[in-house]
Ligand binder design. Structure first.
Ligand code: CP3
Length: 343
């Protein structure tokens, strides 16, 4: 199937494009009333993730309603712990919660390396349905959490301000930590390969909790495993988004991936210098700037685009869009990118 709009893939491969492509992290869901309408018919978030027809429907909504240059499959990074043997619940207004967590060698024996073809067949199906319904309009992004972020939830059992239980394990049980990270990495590689086989045109690895580790530990417990994933995935372009890991930008420049996501704390000029010229950069408008007026959003977006220079850039926010942002403000960001041209 030929893509009618392949701006994102071209930009990821470092090719010149007639304009900068744009999509928004967490674009599927939350901000759209159309999403909530589908979601409210069900028992909850997990039922939506595991019902392929409906997951496909909400994946397409931002393409139709916001006009983004890519779809991202509707799912969650936490499907990997679930497939490895730690089921979770998504508690309204609170977030994820795991009944069982990993604390010891004995706990490790109770989990397994995921078998995505059976454990995550619903994602496989959702991607196939989405690809059929997209009919080549825009590329489809597949994704997974980075091993360190998935480890954090498997040890902590929920969200946390500090993730100090997960961080404690790196100090008190480094060998166990590496064993768990290895299992997550192997599961993730299999999972991403399944998504690619089903039709994902590009994949993104989300390391949401990268920024809480000191640089030496991030090299040892974070980047090392992301690097294994990058080396294993050669079928499609890979984007690595390590939120808060400003201290690891040089190392990110060495990864075997095409695109590096920047958060809004990372200066564009310094990031380009540290990462080098070979990679495409993605980002990085402050998600909170979308609380501003339409003219403020336009101005901030144009400033960002000018700094990236219109080449080897995929426009996005510096993190996922917040649930209380008005869709029209997101649309203003997207339209500003689509109308902008480098001089
Ligand atoms: O980007 C997209 O639109 C695709 C879908 C997607 C979701 N989660 C759907 C979701 C993606 C890419 C994710 C990634 C994800 N999930 C991350 C990494 C990105 C980031 O934001 O740092 C993380 C850390 C998670 C874990 C997670 N999922 C948490 C902590 C929560 C609860 C808080 C929150 O963000 O809402 C979720 C729930 C979740 N995942 C929702 C959606 C649409 C909201 C659930 C609902 O509809 O009730």
């Amino acid at each position: 199937m030929m893509l009618k709009n392949d701006l994102l893939l071209k930009a990821a491969r470092g090719e010149k494009t007639e304009r900068v492509p744009v999509w928004v992290m967490r674009q599927a869901g939350r901000i759209l009333p159309e999403y909530r309408a589908v979601r409210n018919k069900l028992s909850g978030f997990i039922e939506l993730c595991t019902t392929p027809e409906l997951a496909a429907e909400v994946t397409l909504q931002p393409v139709d309603i916001l006009g983004v240059d890519a779809a991202i499959i509707f799912s969650d990074i936490l499907v990997i712990p679930e497939a490895m043997g730690l089921p979770y619940q998504m508690i309204e207004q609170k977030g994820p919660w795991f009944e069982n967590t990993i604390n010891s060698e004995a706990d490790l024996k109770k989990i397994k390396i995921a078998d995505p073809e059976s454990d995550l067949a619903y994602v496989n199906d959702a991607i196939k349905i989405t690809k059929r319904e997209l009919n080549g309009r825009v590329p489809l992004i597949g994704f997974a959490g980075a091993p360190w972020t998935i480890f954090s939830y498997m040890v902590e059992g929920s969200g946390s301000k500090t993730f100090s239980k997960a961080r404690r394990m790196l100090y008190t049980q480094p060998e166990l930590s590496h064993k768990l990270l290895d299992m997550i990495t192997e599961s993730t590689i299999k999972y991403l390969k399944m998504q690619i086989k089903a039709g994902a045109d590009l994949v993104q690895v989300f390391d949401s909790w990268a920024g809480i580790l000191p640089p030496n530990q991030y090299d040892e417990f974070g980047l090392k495993y992301i690097s294994k994933i990058c080396d294993a995935i050669n079928e499609v372009p890979v984007t690595v988004f390590a939120k808060g890991a400003f201290f690891a930008r040089r190392g990110m420049g060495q990864l075997n991936c095409e695109t590096i996501g920047l958060d809004w704390n990372m200066s564009i000029e310094a990031s380009r210098r540290l990462i080098g010229n070979t990679k495409t950069l993605q980002g990085n408008l402050d998600p909170c700037s979308l609380y501003g007026s339409f003219s403020q959003i336009e101005k901030a977006t144009k400033e960002m685009l000018t700094k990236f220079g219109g080449y080897k850039h995929i426009a996005n926010l510096g993190h996922g869009v917040y649930p209380d942002i008005e869709p029209d403000k997101v649309k203003c960001f997207i339209d500003t990118v689509k109308n902008w041209r480098a001089d």
